[in-house]
Design a protein around this ligand. Structure first.
Ligand code: SF4
Length: 118
């Protein structure tokens, strides 16, 4: 039974039908371009998401610093990353785009601030 996916790579939103091949790999149909096949493969074999969270601000404990990963992050490790980010303390001031974690959980993906706080 094929799996159905909507490609979110561009606004056309093609409806993809994906079958897992017995020899491994995937057969993708319904995509209008090759990016749709790449999207389906990544989504089914190694899904990733941009992770957003907030971190404790120091010394001002009254606010939190909004952060996100600078690139999509492996979905199966998102909970682990969220735990790290919620326990992280960020000393103010911080500027939007500052790298707060250079290599999140050894993935090579940085976590950056998304807001400037004095
Ligand atoms: S398959 Fe190509 S044309 Fe269709 S939504 Fe994805 S990127 Fe857009």
């Amino acid at each position: 039974m094929p799996e159905e996916l909507i490609c979110i790579t561009c606004p056309l939103g093609c409806r993809l039908s994906v079958e897992r091949l017995p020899a491994g790999g995937l057969s993708v149909s319904g995509n209008r371009c090759t990016r749709g096949a790449r999207y389906a493969e990544e989504e089914l074999l190694a899904p990733k998401r941009v992770v957003t969270a907030t971190c404790r601000a120091l010394p001002a404990d009254r606010c939190r610093v909004p952060v996100r990963t600078a690139a999509p992050f492996p979905k199966d490790r998102v909970e682990e990353l969220i735990r790290v980010l919620y326990s992280l303390e960020v000393r103010l001031p911080v500027k939007r785009g500052d790298v707060l974690v250079p290599d999140a959980l050894g993935t090579g993906i940085p976590v950056i601030a998304t807001r400037t706080l004095d």
